[in-house]
Design a protein around this ligand. Structure first.
Ligand code: XIL
Length: 302
């Protein structure tokens, strides 16, 4: 096939991109999106600070724009993200434990109810583990006030709100086999053993020279798939240019294609000019929407 989405679809997968509502009015942005991709993730529009900046007052307009666009194009939608320490409004950290528990439940239920039936997979909890060798949980209002159980509570609440959405745990620096990914692995294994509802793990895939893709990448995705969850590459971008960047993309896509339960890949933006780290030129299209060697590498590997 001649586009990323159609090529991925040939093996039953999707190929998505992060999208910003503010760019949908740019003709080349929208036409590249519609031509090449068959899935979207709102880059910021579904985050807590965007949807509930004041407690109990929900704002869906920007996210609704992306959802409407995606539905009109028959694209899958990943919901990102319900419970995360970042892009969290200040009022959340001021709550008592019991009020925080209610606020978390209300946030999950409100968003998932608003988008019920429209979301393929939700990143229910994002980035809950620390970097480095400890395998410990990251400090956050949720962790610090509610304890380890907040994650499973979030997943149970999410399942009740939209039983048809896949429920994912999503994180970065868990792409290879390391202490952090093993801590997540142990959590997922425990959830599966105890019947806590979890369907997928998202591997963000933000690669650069400080955190490169490693040779155990495929083995790591496979060990999670073997636990009985889908695996998805959720925020892929690779710093660099030319052949080196293209080769990294090839390896990532080949790893997903080799794993039956790797259901799709999402790159974290369409064009380098709007990337969250644009100086790394990490995407598949340059600032003029020209296809880069990384684009061709991905298309050939799908
Ligand atoms: C980033 C967005 O791309 C930026 O626009 C925003 O300023 C910060 O967040 N991990 C995630 C994403 O799960 O939500 C982050 O997105 C990138 C890192």
């Amino acid at each position: 096939a001649s586009t990323l989405g159609a090529s991925a679809a040939a093996s039953g997968r999707y190929f998505g991109t992060a999208v910003a509502a503010s760019h949908l009015g740019e003709a080349q942005y929208a036409s590249t999106l519609d031509t090449e991709f068959n899935a979207v993730t709102p880059e910021n529009e579904m985050k807590w600070d965007a949807t509930e900046s004041t407690q109990g007052v929900f704002t869906y307009s920007a996210a609704d724009q992306i959802v409407a666009h995606a539905q009109a194009q028959n694209m899958k939608i990943r919901g990102h993200t319900l419970v995360w320490y970042s892009q969290l409004p200040g009022w959340v950290s001021g709550l008592s434990a019991s009020a925080l528990q209610s606020a978390m439940d209300n946030h999950i239920t409100s968003l998932m109810t608003h988008y019920k039936g429209k979301i393929y997979a939700w990143d229910v909890v994002n980035e809950a583990f620390q970097d480095g060798g400890s395998g410990a949980r990251r400090s956050s209002p949720f962790q610090d006030k509610l304890g380890d159980g907040y994650i499973e509570h979030a997943f149970r609440t999410a399942r009740a709100a939209d039983p048809n959405a896949k429920l994912c745990y999503n994180d970065y620096n868990i792409d290879g086999i390391n202490a952090k990914s093993t801590a997540v692995y142990n959590m997922v294994k425990d959830f599966k053993a105890r019947g806590v509802p979890i369907d997928c793990v998202g591997f963000q895939g933000h690669f650069n020279s400080a955190s490169p893709m490693t040779s155990d990448y495929q083995a790591n995705l496979q060990r999670f798939a073997d636990l009985g969850v889908d695996v998805q590459i959720t925020e892929l971008d690779v710093a660099g240019s030319g052949t080196a960047q293209a080769d990294s993309y090839t390896k990532v896509v080949q790893a997903c294609m080799a794993i039956q339960r790797c259901t799709g890949i999402t790159v974290w933006g369409i064009t380098d000019k709007y990337s969250w780290r644009s100086s790394d030129t990490p995407l598949l299209f340059d600032g003029n929407y020209s296809k880069k060697p990384s684009y061709t590498a991905v298309l050939n590997a799908l």
